[in-house]
Design a protein around this ligand. Structure first.
Ligand code: SER
Length: 306
């Protein structure tokens, strides 16, 4: 039995859908702090900071595998420093401890390109390099990575992780991230034919189409245990582009689309992150390969959002 915590979020809803297709609806318990109308039963209302409640749900459904997605993202975390640290860290310990006690067998926990900071090499950022994150979100993800590796080495915990780039999909909306513009832009392009972007036109960030991200997550979790050599978190490269380039790809389909630029505090966060990622470890260890590029993603996004 599988439990997805934070199932109502951008990744969660799509992941639950795919896991249920793969393993059967009754095998995947979705949970979130709020009721989510898009998520069918089995569903549990669950606060990721309530350790007793997590234990009860795990026991009730005989859960063996947990996808722990609940977190505050980069922009929101800057506004709620204490709570972000608590949610992003404490909830991870609850899940790691369940695996340490051998109550559950396997964990997926997402990390992020936010573990990198202004001292990181920004082009083709290597798997192992200077990190020095300077956002609360990035600090929490880097600390989480270190604890995942620690639990894997000291307590033989089978925890697997990906440093997600900015994720773009048509089924769900992101919340509180710096890469959110790349989802919003499609919605606004279709509704209003114009978009006011909170990042500068030449801000390159690593991004990925949701279909690729979900496939990566499931492939990583299905991979042979021996092939998982990195227990902190795997770099994952998708598509690197700037607001100007994504706007150009939209204009190919919606010629009268217009973009304007009004950078806000999220520009500083974006400026501290890599432009592109080297994911050769993921390719070599568990055979990862990205499918979508900017053009095919834009085509698919617009087709579905229409
Ligand atoms: N998409 C996330 C954010 O912008 C990065 O992991 O916060």
């Amino acid at each position: 039995m599988i439990l997805v915590i934070g199932a109502g979020g951008q990744v969660g809803q799509e992941l639950v859908h795919n896991l249920r297709q793969l393993y059967g609806k009754e095998k995947v318990v979705a949970s979130d702090i709020r009721e989510v109308k898009e998520l069918e039963a089995p569903f549990e209302k669950l606060n990721a900071l309530d350790e007793e409640a997590i234990k009860k749900v795990v026991e009730k459904h005989k859960i063996k595998e947990v996808y722990h997605l609940a977190a505050l993202l980069s922009a929101t975390a800057e506004k709620q420093i204490d709570f972000a640290w608590k949610l992003n860290m404490q909830s991870l310990f609850y899940i790691l401890d369940l695996a340490k006690e051998k109550v559950i067998d396997k964990i997926f926990w997402p990390s992020s390109i936010a573990v990198f900071g202004p001292n990181t090499p920004r082009e083709n950022t290597p798997q192992h390099t200077i990190t020095d994150p300077n956002t609360v979100y990035g600090i929490s993800k880097l600390a989480g990575e270190r604890w995942c590796e620690y639990y894997a080495e000291k307590f033989d915990v089978d925890v697997r992780s990906i440093r997600y780039p900015g994720l773009i999909g048509y089924k769900t909306l992101p919340g509180g991230g710096t890469t959110d513009y790349a989802v919003d832009i499609y919605h606004q392009a279709l509704e209003k034919r114009e978009y006011s972007c909170f990042l500068k036109e030449d801000t390159y960030l690593p991004m990925m189409y949701m279909e690729d991200a979900i496939r990566a997550t499931i492939e990583l979790m299905q991979a042979d245990k021996k092939s998982i050599k990195i227990r902190s978190s795997y770099n994952l490269a998708g598509i690197s582009f700037s607001p100007k380039e994504i706007a150009a790809s939209i204009k190919e389909i919606i010629p009268d689309f217009k973009i304007t630029y009004h950078p806000d505090s999220r520009q500083n966060i974006a400026d501290s992150w890599p432009k592109s990622i080297d994911d050769s470890s993921a390719q070599n260890d568990w055979g990862w390969k990205c499918k979508y590029n900017l053009q095919s993603m834009t085509k698919d996004m617009i087709k579905h959002l229409k």
